[in-house]
Design a binder for this molecule. Sequence first.
Ligand code: BGC
Length: 927
Amino acid sequence: MKRLVYLSLAFLLLLSSLRVASFAERVGSSITPSSLRCEYLVSPLAIDTREPRLSWMIESNVRGARQTAYQIIVSGTAAKTAANEGDLWDTGKVASSQTIQIAYQGRPLNSLQQCFWKVRTWDQNNKPSSWSKPAQWTMGLMESSDWSAQWIGDKLASVENVSAAMLRRTFKLAVKVKRAIIYASALGVYELRINGRRVGDQVLAPEFTDYHTRTQYQAYDVTSLLRSGDNAVGALLGDGWYAGKIGLAQSLVKKPRNIYGNHPRLIAQLEIELANGKTERVVTDGSWRTTREGPIRSADILDGEAYDARREMAGWDEPRFDDKAWEGADVAAAISTKLVAQPNEPIRVRREITPIAVNEPKPGVYVFDMGQNMVGWCRLRGQGPAGTTVRLRHAEMLNGDGTIYADNLRGAKQTDTYTLRGGGNEIFEPHFTYHGFRYVEVTGLQSKPQLDALTGRVFHSAMTETGSFECSEPMLNKLWQNILWTQRGNMLGIPTDCPQRDERLGWMGDIQIFVGTGIFNMDMAAFFTKWMRDVRDAQAEDGRFADFSPHPFGKDKIFTGVPGWGDAGIVVPWHVWQQYGDKRMLAENFDAGKRWVEFIRRNNPDLLWKNKRGNDYGDWLNSDTLIYEAFPRKGGAVSKEIFATMMFAYATDLLSRMAAVLGKDDEAREYAALFADIKAAFNKAYTNEDGRIDGDTQAGYALALYFDLLPEQMRASAVKHMLEGIARYNGHMSTGFHSTYRMMLELTRAGHNDVAYQLIKTHTFPSWGYSIENGATTIWERWDGYVKGRGFQNKGMNSFNHYAIGAVGEWMYRVILGINNDEEHPAYEHFILRPYPGGGLNWAKGFYNSIRGKIESSWSVADGKLNFDVTIPANATATVYVPAKDAVSVTESRKPASAAAGVQFLRMENGAAVFRVQSGKYSFEAR
Ligand code: BGC
């Protein structure tokens, strides 16, 4: 009895002490860790880096909340994580404010290993938080020897209009499944099915890479699809980029298709843990059955898909199906590609669009208007007699008579056909193609369709959208939406130039220009991790970066080494470092970047980039290429040699900064010196005494200012000449792809924000507003792609979904919202909030979800009063510029700002009171 009393007393004591501890933890700590990710992904299933990097965000509603320490535990089972047992890794309490890019340093990890983890954090008062919700990651197949699956397909060579292969096999499982992951990939594109159900929701897996070098595999958790007893696994296999058409192939290598190979192949390995503790493995091999008699009669990325529903084989992906009529699969001899885990978010359907109108411009020809230029495909609903073929043609624009305008698609057919099986409602959705379109011409229907007969299915790399922008000027809101839609339409495993015509390549110049905007709009860290591998795979032996990556057409010979295009090999990693603090990105790309800079130096000993400029596109699509009605305005383009030399300088400057971050001090010094030398050569060769740059173009000044190529005392005169250049074009731009947004940023930096606002707000030609007045719902390749009353620009090159001149989105974030990273403190550990109210705007608001949490900026002006509300994520600080005549007239939450908690007045600067602000929410007011 006594024992019992003691025991229960002890138990009560224990309980109360636990209670006290957890209570203290809960009220004591002002911060909570959340949003746990591994290698930028939420609970990824296939990690093939041995030191995966972990990150979390800190949440708090207390001003000035900071993390001063953390503890991570990683365990082999969920039970162990729950019991705080870090058998794989327990960091103990680490004094650190770091919340991102923390590389795993625990016990070595094996292929297929499941890792459970959680984190707790200590705040500025050394109070621990509770443990985070647990998260997990699973290691992939890290060694090629982990693969016992074989590459399978059939003997039929892939030619135009060949049907897609179907493959299947059955297997038995003795008992229930505890956990099952299937790893799969294709040379081609594939969809998997298990027991009658689709596996995953990936579109166009395994995505576009240089398949000769590297092919991505995907992992899917299929535990819930398997059962004890009979099972079936099946796959659809299409040509994709591997064997189907690729943009520009016809003109560059005189064959439109089969660029990587003639035989699409599938590989799949199903790893099963059974409830009885045993494991099973099912792999692709000669035991699989295959046929080409299925419903996908042809499927091509550029041309579209033909589907005959009469050929559907009910139950083909179920165990009971009789596959006697199918053939044995063909096993490929050695395939030399390297299989790697897909590091980026897969392409997925992200939203649906219902058409806004359907018209009948000709009898029986129905044209649906999606109301938005989009990328993906349509789901069609309908009914009719068996054998009726419905045809869907996709286009971005209409002709004057209401029929679709398809001339700008060049060799891409973008046409799907669906042949009805008959006898009821039918639904069709393609598998292995994609289209860029706003309008869909539907023919073959018996009667006028309802609006809901079509649904636009919008897909792209499923990156999280991280930005938002709104202001009092509707045209600017439309512009911002158009930029975002253009980004959605061009991020499909690679950043493409356009999604519609027979091109759709990873053009390096375009993303070099757009990257700054792109990474505000979406979390692109994982996407660029994947694509920078494509860039390195496409680099020529002599150091030239390709014009587009992947480069399927002979990377050492053609379409390589162009100023402003190749430089993406350096510019993109630098942005990823700045935005996400990703040092590995710099480490992985430094040598490639160095080879690029050395290629240029080697061929241009006087440091002016005169030799070896490949296709030399220059400041592409500048005003000299526009159609002016009233009078020709030529001479707006900066010379290609000057442009090239400036890009050489910029790449060298960034390379030296990369070296400094990586602790490569000698190289940092060497390339800083080279940058200084290029600068000197540039000024000697192209700059005159009166501060003019040869050619006297807007672009010349904008780029020289942006790349910091001018001696300090010449900057003012360069700005003056740039303004004169704008005046010569009646207050318009003569700039091209590379210089347009950079001129906007330089105008603001030089204090001519009024001119920048005027350029972005104008509706006259050439301008963003002009395209919007002419109906743009995305960014166009050319300002005058279509003009009411005049019609279309040159059909050979007239995309209506091209993000390059949408790079002005960066200016909208940096200047209108005022959200700016601080180069000295990457990944928003510290940042700058500096909006420039102007341009007649009454208010603007928006946010950027940084890797440390949400940054918000919202301002309004009325009755001579400015309100400015900001949010600084926990564990970060900001320098905040409040436009004001002096510090005294600024309040924060109605108290004098300098006396507010978390706010410290620093100085007055160019009409703004500058404060250092701790994390939290603040409301400034200036009178
Ligand atoms: C693409 C561009 C690309 C260019 C090179 C075009 O066909 O669409 O955006 O950068 O070629 O000049």
